[in-house]
Design a protein around this ligand. Structure first.
Ligand SMILES: Nc1ncnc2c1ncn2[C@@H]1O[C@H](COP(=O)(O)OP(=O)(O)O)[C@@H](O)[C@H]1O
Ligand SMILES: [Mg+2]
Length: 468
């Protein structure tokens, strides 16, 4: 009895059984009570008739035998009559002075009923005159054999019905639990195939309740897992490709220099040096992403003047913008200092400005904006008048290594936006892009002001003790 189904069936039975027994008990008690009340009324009527007949006949109660056998037994020979009752009869007959007419155990003949107990007495009247009183002793009237059989049979019948109903409840419980547990079994199959590393088939939609929600959540989870598995395989392939191509070129160059077919001029060495720099940059980006994935990215937040931060970014890109013939401006509104990690936010802005410069033709503008719409939030924007991003690429450019095709010629690894978004989210903020092809792109970075006591999400995670 360890399976959930067995336990459910047992629960159905255990819950229904007491209810059924209670119902049967109440029914039986009621039937017995009604039966005894009828019998009592019958005894009373009989007694009343006997007393009145006796009084009319004799003119006195003397000689009355209230406990005498019922009329049908009176003609039997004395030895065939049932023995006189030894227990208390249901009613005592009292004379008009409330004296016991014929004594029984506990109530001797002639004893006077105390006035306090005369409240419920019934009168026996002859010609409008009370000739006797009947006192109910509280004893139940004796039941004849037929009545006993009737009550026994009723009890047995009720018990049989309880047994049958319990069996029915068990059967129904088995059927219902099978139906109830079907989604769980599907889930179990799904989890098993996940455990052995197989992508499970989508589970059928469940009932519209918590179990149904669980199935839907499982389907969403496996779909996401599958997407990540494919993405990670693609990422590995892309990284291998992105590292191999420049490395092969560098090796070929170096080999040619070693063989003496290519002289190691300062320009060639500078180019090689720049390329190793790019590769180092790429591996640094990959390391940052893997740190973020593992929740080990640490933010060093402090109060930072946003205006000064933007001025630093502009200073870093002024020359490059000048060479590209692009105007770089700042439109910053004043506001409270932001509570951020200045190095990481600068890194995000550098990525965004680099992108804007990469894709804005000479004569265009790149504008850095900053405003604090609510006291708690800073919104930083980098707007360009460049070629824009086609809508179908707008979300995908945040994927690792994803680049819009004709950006292949521009410098970069395709990791910039992915890293920028990761850093924005580490600050509890967001990074979104809006773009119109041919008109330009606006990147918006929101940085909510989190309390000093409340560090960034990833920071919080990374501070958790590793041995805990
Ligand atoms: N401001 C922009 N204008 C047009 N295209 C952009 C802009 N910013 C990003 N993109 C596109 O998004 C791609 C991904 O950007 P990013 O992740 O920074 O990688 P990278 O700059 O190394 O190519 C770029 O290759 C480019 O195609
Ligand atoms: Mg970039």
């Amino acid at each position: 009895m360890r399976s959930l189904r067995a336990r459910l069936v047992r629960a159905f039975t255990l819950v229904s059984l007491p209810a059924l027994l209670l119902l049967a008990g109440v029914t039986f008690g009621y039937a017995r009570h009604t039966y005894l009340a009828l019998r009592e009324a019958e005894v009373l009527r009989e007694l009343d008739n006997n007393i009145r007949a006796h009084y009319r006949w004799r003119g006195t109660l003397a000689g009355l035998q209230p406990q005498e056998p019922p009329p049908e037994e009176r003609n039997l020979e004395p030895e065939r009559r049932p023995p006189p009752p030894t227990s208390l009869p249901p009613f005592l007959v009292l004379d008009p002075e409330f004296r016991v007419l014929s004594g029984v155990p506990g109530y001797p003949t002639g004893a006077v009923l105390p006035a306090a107990r005369r409240a419920g007495l019934r009168e026996v009247r002859v010609n409008g005159k009370a000739v006797a009183y009947l006192y109910a002793t509280g004893t139940l009237p004796p039941l004849d054999a037929q009545s006993q059989t009737f009550l026994t049979q009723t009890a047995l019948l009720l018990l049989g019905a309880v047994g049958l109903a319990a069996l029915l409840a068990t059967g129904l419980g088995a059927a219902v639990s099978r139906h109830l547990l079907a989604p769980l079994r599907a889930l179990q199959r799904g989890v098993r195939s996940l455990t052995v590393g197989r992508a499970p088939q989508p589970l059928p939609a469940g009932p519209p309740d918590e179990l149904g929600e669980l199935l839907a959540a499982f389907n969403a989870m496996t779909a996401e897992l599958e997407r990540r598995r494919v993405a990670s395989r693609q990422l590995s392939a892309d990284i291998a490709h992105d590292l191999t191509t420049p490395l092969s070129v560098m090796r070929a160059t170096l080999e040619a220099m070693l063989e003496g077919t290519l002289s190691p001029t300062p320009e060639r060495l500078t180019r090689l040096h720049t390329q190793t720099g790019h590769l180092l940059h790429l591996t640094g980006d990959l390391r940052l992403l893997s740190l973020a994935d593992a929740g080990d990215l640490t933010l060093h937040r402090r109060e930072v003047s946003v205006g000064a931060l933007l001025a630093g970014v502009v200073a870093a890109f002024e020359d490059r913008a000048g060479h590209a013939g692009v105007t770089l401006t700042v439109q910053a509104a004043g506001g409270p200092p932001a509570w951020i990690d200045p190095v990481r936010v600068t890194q995000v802005l550098h990525n965004l400005v680099q992108n804007a410069l990469n894709h804005t033709p000479p004569g265009g503008t790149v504008t850095l904006g900053a405003e604090a719409p609510e006291a708690a939030t800073w919104r930083l924007t980098v707007r360009d008048t460049g070629r824009g991003i086609p809508p179908e690429h707008l979300e995908r450019v945040f994927d690792r290594l994803h680049r819009v095709d004709d950006a292949r010629s521009a410098p970069g690894s395709g990791l910039g936006l992915s890293i920028a978004r990761t850093l924005a989210e580490a600050h509890g903020g967001t990074l979104t892009l809006e773009s119109r092809v041919g008109e330009g792109t606006t990147a918006t970075l929101t940085l909510p002001r989190t309390d000093r006591a409340e560090p960034g999400r990833l920071l919080e995670k990374s501070r958790a003790p590793r041995w805990g």
